[in-house]
Design a protein around this ligand. Sequence first.
Ligand SMILES: Cc1cc2nc3c(=O)[nH]c(=O)nc-3n(C[C@H](O)[C@H](O)[C@H](O)COP(=O)(O)OP(=O)(O)OC[C@H]3O[C@@H](n4cnc5c(N)ncnc54)[C@H](O)[C@@H]3O)c2cc1C
Ligand SMILES: NC(=O)c1ccc[n+]([C@@H]2O[C@H](COP(=O)([O-])OP(=O)(O)OC[C@H]3O[C@@H](n4cnc5c(N)ncnc54)[C@H](O)[C@@H]3O)[C@@H](O)[C@H]2O)c1
Length: 473
Amino acid sequence: MNTRSHSQPEHYDIAVIGAGPAGTAAALRAAELGAKVVVLEAGRVGGTCVNTGCVPTRVLAKTARLIREARSADDYGIAVGTPVIDWAATVARVHERVDAVRSIKREAERFAQAGVALIQEGRARFQDDRTLVLESGRRVTAGSILICVGGHSKRLPIPGAELATVPEDVLSLPELPRRVAVIGAGNTGAQLVTVFSSFGSEVTLLDVAPRVLMASDASISELVASSLAGHGVDVRTGIQTVERLDRASDGSITLTWREHESRSAEFDAVIMATGWPADVEDLDLDKAGVETVRSAIPADQYFRTIVPHIFAVGDSNGRDMLVQAAQFEGEAAAENAVLGANRRTPHHLLPAGGFTDPDYAGVGFTEQQARERDPSCVVATVRYRDLDRAVIDDRERGFLKLIADRRRELILGAHAVGENAVEVIQSVTTAMAAGIDVSTLAGVRFAYPTYSAVIGMAARALLTQPAEPALLE
Ligand SMILES: Cc1cc2nc3c(=O)[nH]c(=O)nc-3n(C[C@H](O)[C@H](O)[C@H](O)COP(=O)(O)OP(=O)(O)OC[C@H]3O[C@@H](n4cnc5c(N)ncnc54)[C@H](O)[C@@H]3O)c2cc1C
Ligand SMILES: NC(=O)c1ccc[n+]([C@@H]2O[C@H](COP(=O)([O-])OP(=O)(O)OC[C@H]3O[C@@H](n4cnc5c(N)ncnc54)[C@H](O)[C@@H]3O)[C@@H](O)[C@H]2O)c1
């Protein structure tokens, strides 16, 4: 903690609040452009992604995969006993892998090498539109301020909400819950459901939305939901509301929800994965003249808020809440702040996916969005059951859907469920970024036997697919 007098603020060209993917990328790019930069971080550098989000979730997904594979080892002549989860060991492994990833990211070291000042003296808040004050009392002023504060899980405002566990705290559960309810079937909820179901918990998934993974192509929702149900998950989408949580006399949690009528069930843990508002409650944004709308900070396409020298980047602007978006936005906002440039995001080229069983991923327009723009767009779907590698591996559940414009020049979107779906979609994204047309993609040679060969099959199917919507599946 800094103990010297705080009467004189330190001045910087750029102050970045938050050292997650957005803040880290922004600070390093601003320094590279010659700016004097400070980063203010309240917690651990790396942000949600490495500490409590993507990385721990991915380790849990790997653990879930291992236990599922162990259960089917017999099919390959490998005798293993019934695998069981040692929750404490699983949690320890997650922490160990998080530390391993942190050790290669080395944000603090990279800041030091780039001449970026890193101050970790508690949460920053605005004193005015150019001054930030830290919990220690230390103050900094800056020509431009980049708000990269990310978000946090939303607790539903219902009685007993404090009994629920939010996704960031899942590793703090004292033991593997035998019965678990997950409220929210977005990317976070769908992945946690898969993890707990694979670990052997009885899982119920509740969402007010009509389908799981509402932001994804409808075909992804359909197959992921049926796969979850196939694994024994009680999938309840389209419920009216979650009403309350109560502690039962045996210590379990009674969850009450409305689904035509009021229903309730007992669980050992209830996980609320119901959204991700920006972390702005204690930022005193009003003192800077910055507004929030629906728990996020509105920013224009160049990431400027209504106060032009204050930028909102990454999850804090509530748009594309993904690491790859946060990093790009951070760099672009730094360039816009330092150079007065106007760089913006290539939204249509943001691949994303999650680790359910099987995995899912998508990039670009969903089929519905594409049809709204070009009713004669061309759509082709290839099933994994027709893909040699998927059959070889006994991973036949899945598909790749490719969407192209009516002239088959542009790939408008790609959506997959299946083994390696995220990597398959990444390859399509590369093709989209290169601007290659469908016939060029159809002519690409794919190594045999690979999952990415499904891309060539889908591209060739697109070439022969009639454009009339009525004839498409
Ligand atoms: C469970 C889960 C899994 C996810 N998995 C994926 C995935 O697989 N792929 C993917 O692309 N995305 C994933 N995400 C989303 C991804 O983590 C976020 O999009 C990304 O971390 C956003 O980066 P950010 O820099 O905007 O915010 P964050 O990473 O949240 O960083 C914000 C930083 O700001 C700091 N901060 C906040 N307020 C203050 C303050 N007042 N003063 C000082 N510091 C402050 C915080 O301590 C934090 O370090 C996942 C998210 C969750 C919750
Ligand atoms: N693998 C990834 O790329 C990944 C993983 C996790 C999160 N993220 C990103 O982080 C952000 C937050 O994700 P998330 O899944 O935590 O939130 P989300 O907002 O995407 O999903 C929340 C879900 O909760 C449901 N919900 C809200 N209120 C409810 C209520 N009262 N009762 C029942 N259901 C309710 C919503 O309908 C929605 O389906 C998203 O933008 C997501 O893309 C990405």
